[in-house]
Every structure is written in C-alpha cells, then in structure tokens.
Design a protein around this ligand. Structure first.
Ligand SMILES: N[C@@H](CCC(=O)N[C@@H](CS)C(=O)NCC(=O)O)C(=O)O
Length: 208
C-alpha cells in the first residue's frame, strides 16, 4: 500500500496538477475518486478532510493537505524534486506564476468553460460568455508576452511547478471551442509539455 493517497477526479485541472507533480517525482500513490459527478465532496466523510468540499486532497500517514498549489509545493519540497527551486528568487518566480494561474487566470475562464466546454445549460448568456472570453484572452496575452521573452519554460529556464500549472491552463484554453487569437509562444510551451509522458496522460482528449 502506498503512503500517499490523492483524493479527486482526473477530470479536475487541480487534481491533475497534483497527479502530474507526483508522477514527475516518481511517487507511488493510490487514488480515491471524489468530486461530482462521482462522489459528492459535500459528504460528511470528505468534509472532515477538506471543509471547502473541493478536490484535490492528499493523505500521507495521517497528514491531510488540500489546495493544489500547496500540495504541489509540499510534494516537490519533501522529495527535493527540483520542481520548486531552492534559490529564493528562483522559487519566488515559480510561486508568482503558480499564484497568477490560480487567481488572475483562473477566474475569467469559468463562465466560458461551463458554457462552451462543459455545455452546462445554466451558463448560456451570450453576453456573459463574450465577457468571460474577453477577460480570459487578456490574461492569456499576458502569458504570451512573458513566454515570448522567457523562452521554453515559464521561469528560470527550466521545468518547474509553474510549467505544469500553466500548461494545464493552456490545455483548457485550447480545448474550449471559440475563435482565439494566435498565441505562438503559449502554444509552443503547451505542445512541448503535451509531448511528455505526463502531458499525454493529463492533456489528452479525455481530459479537457
Ligand atoms: N483552490 C482549490 C480549488 C479546487 C477546486 O476548484 N476544485 C474543484 C474541481 S477543479 C472541485 O472540487 N469541485 C467540486 C467537485 O468536483 O465536486 C485548489 O487549487 O485546490
């Protein structure tokens, strides 16, 4: 039995961030499927672990941790994987882009993704869809400007947790059907990571 259990559903971008990190480090782990439409995280058993009723959560010999970014950083630190650099400034840059993904980039896409990708009938207001796309595009152009300067990786010229978070975010952008501007640096970064074993697993057609 593995020491680490990841609770979540692989269709969740935040769960995939954690699984991708664990796979890259080479960790053995078990999974427990939680999250709608599978097991409802509002069940009392799950709420005891995460009062936010959200996945992912990890369990490790009685230790419980939620919030995907915190879990990624914990796993990288604990196993000295080099994905979260030791140098303070290098680390801060990785942290900056991870935080940006989870906050600035993560909010605007919600309505468009629920409407156009998930096809949820409760999200059908054309004005709100257009507004979500416009705000999402502004953020993606910021990433384009950065990657056009930075080169292959998001920070410090090498693979880090920030690349995982941002490639998954770009996967969502690429998978959601609407007319998009050309973002060549973003797409080059995405394709590079998609060609890796973890990219194939977590950014394939079955995991939009
Ligand atoms: N800030 C949290 C957000 C987690 C989150 O939004 N999880 C969603 C899936 S991506 C969730 O649990 N939704 C409820 C469900 O799947 O039933 C994190 O990064 O871990």
């Amino acid at each position: 039995m593995a020491d680490l259990t990841i609770l979540g559903r692989v269709s969740s971008i935040n769960v995939r961030k954690v699984m991708w990190t664990a796979d890259l480090i080479g960790l053995a782990y078990e999974t427990e499927t939680w999250g709608l439409p599978h097991r409802d995280p509002r069940e009392a058993e799950f709420l005891k672990l995460n009062p936010n009723a959200q996945v992912p959560v990890i369990l490790e010999a009685g230790f419980v941790l939620w919030e995907s970014g915190a879990i990624m950083r914990y796993l990288a630190e604990r196993h000295r994987a080099g994905l979260f650099p030791a140098d303070l400034r290098e680390r801060a840059l990785v942290d900056q882009w991870m935080t940006w993904q989870a906050t600035e980039l993560n909010l605007p896409w919600m309505y468009a993704v629920l409407a156009l990708l998930r096809r949820n009938p409760a999200y059908a207001d054309p004005e709100r869809i257009a507004d979500s796309i416009a705000r999402w595009t502004i953020e993606m152009r910021i990433l384009e400007g950065h990657l056009a300067q930075a080169g292959r990786f998001v920070a410090n010229d090498r693979l880090s947790l920030a690349d995982i978070a941002l490639a998954l975010a770009t996967h969502r952008w690429a998978s959601t059907p609407f007319d998009k501007p050309a973002l060549p640096a973003v797409m080059a970064h995405y394709r590079m990571l998609q060609a890796t074993a973890e990219g194939e697993k977590y950014m394939g057609e079955r995991t939009p």
